[in-house]
Design a binder for this molecule. Structure first.
Ligand code: ZN
Ligand code: FE
Ligand code: FE
Ligand code: ZN
Length: 263
């Protein structure tokens, strides 16, 4: 079994369960290791789905509490950081605020006031032509990778969440991001939460994986759990997707160093 490095906490206001409950579920499912990556705080109040900067100490404390309850079980400390151009300085600052095991780069915001996966803005999503929506998303994703601020990127083709998809071969969107990952020594996650979203698909699509594999870009498999029972959810599907693209390994992270482990 591979680790699950993308789990949230109630501090983000849309997840439930103490981290210790996530750990229990991980042990029950036989995962070797897990890591939390809650949505990053902003310098000041920004939206209603993340911890405040003053809550960061509580985040560390909750993870410490989970560690105390399950001595010997490796629990890593990460953060899911919202990237859009202009956020670099803030993320660099966050990177210095703890001894992180990894930082995840996520593109949710297409503009500073529009998170593409927010159901509240599905009208805006549907009104936007697919080519335009995808261009905005993938160009931000490329900048996210090229910032070199992150150990891996989350849900690479999140933009498909509510079903928007340009016609024809989609490699033209994937290629610049895969090239950036290869050049910058980056990695990406297979995120099984897509199966629980309106698109009902894993992130990313097989076409992205094929290109990433050919370029030698490594991956991790994560659940993006927002509740304890979601830990390690659909990992069989995730591993199958990885193997079908030719992957035989995933990554483990500790202190922002990575090692390859068999899938
Ligand atoms: Zn979330
Ligand atoms: Fe995300
Ligand atoms: Fe997440
Ligand atoms: Zn996420």
């Amino acid at each position: 079994m591979n680790p699950d490095y993308h789990m949230h906490t109630p501090l983000c206001r849309h997840a439930t369960g103490h981290p210790a409950e996530y750990v229990q579920e991980a042990m029950r499912k036989g995962l070797p290791e897990i890591g939390f990556a809650d949505h990053n705080p902003m310098p000041e109040a920004y939206d209603d789905w993340r911890m405040g900067i003053e809550e960061l100490p509580r985040y560390f404390e909750m993870i410490e509490e989970a560690r105390e309850k399950t001595p010997g079980f490796p629990i890593r400390l990460g953060l899911e950081c919202d990237y859009w151009p202009g956020q670099e300085d803030w993320i660099a600052k966050l990177a210095g605020m703890a001894r992180w095991d990894y930082l995840i780069g996520s593109v949710h915001y297409l503009t500073p006031d529009w998170a593409v996966d927010n159901p509240a803005y599905v009208g805006r999503y549907r009104a936007c032509p697919a080519e335009e929506l995808w261009s905005m998303y993938w160009s931000a994703a490329e900048k996210c990778v090229r910032s070199r601020l992150f150990d891996f990127i989350a849900h690479p083709d999140l933009v498909k969440i509510f079903g928007s998809r340009p016609s024809g071969d989609l490699d033209r969107y994937y290629e610049p991001v895969v090239a950036a990952l290869a050049e910058c020594g980056g990695a990406f996650e297979i995120n099984t939460a897509g199966l629980r979203k309106p698109v009902h698909e894993l992130y990313p699509a097989p076409g992205f994986l094929r290109l990433a594999r050919a370029a030698g870009v490594p991956l991790v498999i994560n659940s993006d759990a927002h509740a304890p029972e979601q830990v390690g959810m659909d990992f069989d599907a995730g591993r199958t997707l990885a193997r079908e693209a030719g992957y035989t390994s995933s990554l483990r992270f500790h202190g922002r160093q990575r090692v390859e482990v068999p899938l």
